[in-house]
Design a protein around this ligand. Sequence first.
Ligand code: NOJ
Length: 551
Amino acid sequence: MNKKWWHQSTVYQIYPRSFNDHDGDGIGDIPGIIEKLDYLAFLGIDIIWLSPVYQSPNDDNGYDISDYYEIMSDFGTMEDMDRLIEEASKRDIHIMMDLVINHTSDEHPWFIESRKSKENPYRDYYVWRESSDNGPPSDITSVFSGPAWEYDDATGEYYFHLFSKKQPDLNLHNNDVRKHLYTMMKFWLDKGVSGFRMDVIDLIGKEIDDKTLTDGPMLHDYLHEMNREVLSSQPTITVGETPSATPETAKLYTGEGRNELDMVFTFQHMSLDEIEGKGKWALKPLDLLDLKKTLSKWQTELHQKGWNSLYWNNHDQPRIVSRWGNDCEYRVESAKMLATLLHMMQGTPYVYQGEEIGMTNIVLDDIRDYRDIETINYYNEKISEGVPHEVIMKSILVKGRDNARTPFQWDSSLHGGFTTGTPWLEVNENYKKINAEDALRDKDSIFHHYKKLIQLRKEHDIIVDGKYELILEDHSEIFAYTRTSGSEKLLIIANFYGGSPELALPSEYLNADTELMISNYSDSAVHPSKLNILRPYETVVYSIRYGNHQN
Ligand code: NOJ
């Protein structure tokens, strides 16, 4: 693969609503982000992925856009946005916009027109169908519960919405729609943003009548066209959100010479703790062997054939330290272990706000305290089916999206220093113990571990280019792999659980010249030959040089 400017970069995702509130209205905003740019620069990140800041009625917290050319008033003004781009650039930080083009808000002028009459010039901008047997045109269901079709009185037809009914799906098969979207993308690039994270982009080629939603026949043609029309004009960075992607299709999206996207987000590792085919709420414990197999497949198959994104967290996923780590006794150790495991892989790492200080899931038992439409709709649907509150809450506490959306914990003052007003969503009560101010002060904190990982990627090409190989494949508690480049190797070892497993490394590592690059215990063995038993969540990375000392 040719080197790209962002290959050694780390991306930081900001969910603006919950990051930092400048004006005291309880909602994070753009001036609040600007205030924290020095914090981000100190962490060492290169790119901010900004969850949507466009004008929106906020049915789905900004993923329902009513004007692509305006800033949501809760978040500030276009002048604030310009200042953010400028101030970030002063610190060598790029901005990646969230690009939501599978759907708009039902309050977008296009939809307001579209629903007026069947003859309206904007009618075909959305997906309208007649009823079938006096009911919806098909049985496709919405990701946010209930049918994906909404009947509209004005014309007596149904429109399609894969998400909420306030998020009608655009019809990307309409040439004018695509043209308008490209113009809008250029507008943002001209403003100085460096690229896009593309919301559910695997849906844009959908063929509703065939019930083909993801990976529609025109998907790659459209991405190719978008690349030609917009992205190829300057060095950009793009990542597609692709719930359906496999390593095979990821090569189509990201392969060199395909001219589509730079990388995609896989969902395969994120769905390993749900019962297959039953959706995110159907919980099952993670099997480490599955995780190893899945991540290794992506690492191996995309090596020199595409590019990986690396993530544990975002605004749709629960907090990783609560999910697959231990957010009590071993919060610090397990958060560092998970970070190390991911950041030593090949690809571009994404850090979701608060991950770098080990923020945890929140425990809210009353549905009235939740703000997320997906969670609320799911709860109501299950209640109406007669499922007991306690049973529903079991899934929500583990998987609900508000877990990741609680306000950032900056310090130990009221509301974690997030706002002087009333926060739009409750702050996790553990903010007195878990906050950025303390993390910055403590050189052994999770924050400083992330900072070091981000720095190591910039200093060692092997982290960017090295070939991945899984070792100790069948070990049920240890995740270990190597990265190899020429005569250099990295050996990454992670105890994924709270036990103390024995480690039996292949002999080639026992006599090699090694250096301990990073670890999460201050007294981790300086040489792999001394590492016979791992402590709870212990992780170590050795750098090995094969020369005269190789046995
Ligand atoms: C994926 C986004 O990440 C999620 O937050 C949103 O609800 C859906 N797409 C719909 O835009």
